[in-house]
Design a protein around this ligand. Structure first.
Ligand code: C2O
Ligand code: CU
Ligand code: CU
Length: 486
């Protein structure tokens, strides 16, 4: 297990997992959400059988309970969060999808390394209301085990549909789960979503949202619950697999008197557990962490600490500030009985660095005026205007460095479909943690270099800011992965 010193902590803070020593004494009264004291639930599970994961999935508006209220949300199979899907490397997946929304939609399998064309992870499919489509793909035999997820991805409607509630976990079970230390741990999945509903339990309309800022809701739900409780055995290990399924909200998680032992970032495990005091999750990111039951008894709040992701102009700054100033309790960890002390795993993976490539591309992230659109979000000065334009063309079986340069005043979490990448440096400083990610935070004013191999699958896909309002407002590009055998 690695323990980082204070300076590395600060660097890591920028890496998405980090620690702030001062947060412990800066903490003030916690803005409390209603305490439901119900124990944490999990979404219905669909697992593969004999190498096949097959299910019906229907997108529709449904009346669901959200804490102690009823709300009319957008759901897959009537569930918030959507059913959890689990498959193994090599398995086939067949999802019979029906769109019973009032809008076109489609499904993206965030982080999975699967075909990006046809009826697989194809974000260019348009499934109209009342239409059906069967998604069909195979998870490669050498696919890493990890935490992935699925959500709608029809450009222009992504933020709205995700904010309605359409999101679910897609777990690939494999080697990591077979490790004795992890098998012995108690596993919980936490899907973090925020919602905005009116007095009648209807979703607030987009017209009332601050879309430039990125919409955030006043209700924060964990698996559709408000402040659920999670049991932890004294001496035991709790494995939390956390997904930020909010369209814009960042989560900065802190658990009093406990460290997080980070074992995976996004969909891939680290080489060894890394101890951190705080976890920052941008939209789209996942964390897989262990918590040791090293206290005697009591209740501990899993807090979401304030985070300033920047804003455009004074107004946004003041308005955005208000609800971000206070920590919010997301869940409560409850000590129960004692078990024989469980050990942390030591070696998890053997990630190696990638050789330095020849090709370096530049992606400048900013907002600006776009003709006929007005204020928009741009990559290299361009507004995403067509599914048919190719913004970036790469060759299969090559590796590239991408410089993500944020010259704007807001943070932008950058996401690439289909292939995971390694962060090489931030503002020229080498990244201390060797890890695979599919979404990386590029803070205002920051330059992040990522190294990305293009493997196995050709065709067209996208990269974009995962503040999904920014994506819908133009901060996306089309990526063509060309076969080089031709
Ligand atoms: Cu989770 Cu292109 O998105
Ligand atoms: Cu994605
Ligand atoms: Cu953005």
């Amino acid at each position: 297990m690695v323990k980082f010193n204070r300076r590395q902590f600060i660097i890591l803070g920028a890496a998405g997992i980090g620690a702030s020593l001062i947060s412990h004494w800066l903490r003030r009264e916690t803005f409390s959400q209603p305490v439901t004291s119900t124990s944490v639930s999990s979404a219905p599970l669909h697992q593969s059988q004999n190498g096949l994961l097959e299910l019906n999935l229907e997108a529709r508006e449904s009346l669901v309970s959200l804490g102690n209220r009823k709300a009319s949300l957008l759901t897959y199979n009537g569930q918030i969060p959507a059913p959890r899907l689990e498959a193994k490397p090599g398995d086939k997946v067949r999802i019979h999808f029906t769109n019973n929304l009032e809008q076109p939609t489609n499904i993206h399998y965030h982080g999975l390394h699967i075909p990006i064309t046809g009826n697989a992870d194809n974000v260019f499919l348009h499934i109209k209301p009342r239409e059906k489509l069967t998604y069909e793909f195979q998870i490669p035999k050498n696919h890493p085990s990890g935490t992935f997820w699925y959500h709608p991805h029809l450009h222009g409607l992504v933020a709205e549909q995700l904010f309605g509630g359409l999101a679910g976990l897609f777990i690939v079970r494999g080697e990591l789960d077979e490790m004795p230390e992890l098998k012995a741990a108690q596993e919980e999945f936490l899907v973090l979503q925020d919602f905005s509903i009116d007095d009648h339990g209807n979703l607030s309309s987009s017209a009332h949202m601050s879309l430039m800022m990125g919409r955030e809701g006043e209700i924060i739900a964990v698996n559709g619950q408000l402040n659920p409780s999670i049991n932890l055995f004294q001496g035991g290990l709790l494995r939390l697999r956390i997904l930020n399924a909010s369209p814009s909200r960042f989560y900065r998680l802190d658990l009093k008197d406990h460290s997080f032992y980070s074992i995976a970032t996004d969909g891939n495990s680290l080489n060894e557990p890394v101890e951190v005091n705080e976890l920052l999750l941008t939209p789209g990111q996942r964390a897989d962490v262990l918590i040791r039951g090293n206290q005697k008894s009591g209740q501990y709040h899993l807090l979401n600490l304030p985070y300033d992701r920047g804003s455009m102009g004074m107004m946004g700054g003041m308005m955005g500030r208000r609800n971000r100033d206070q920590p919010i309790t997301l869940a409560t960890i409850n000590y129960t009985s004692t078990v024989n002390s469980l050990a942390l795993p030591t070696k998890l993976n053997s990630i190696s660095t990638l050789p330095e490539p020849q090709t370096v591309r530049r992606f400048e992230l900013n907002h600006g005026m776009s003709p006929g659109v007005g204020m928009a979000f741009l990559i290299n000065g361009k507004y995403y205007s067509s599914e048919n334009l190719i913004d970036t063309e790469v060759q299969l079986n090559t590796v590239e460095d991408w410089d993500l340069i944020n010259t704007g005043v807001m943070d932008h979490p950058f996401h690439v479909h289909g292939n995971a990448f390694q962060v090489v440096s931030r503002n020229g400083q080498p990244e201390p943690l060797l890890a695979w990610r599919d979404t990386v935070l590029v803070k205002k004013g920051e330059t992040v270099r990522i190294r990305i191999p293009f493997e196995d699958f050709v065709g067209k896909t996208v990269y974009h800011c995962h503040i999904l309002d920014h994506e819908d407002l133009g901060m996306m590009g089309n990526l063509m992965i060309q076969s080089n055998s031709a």
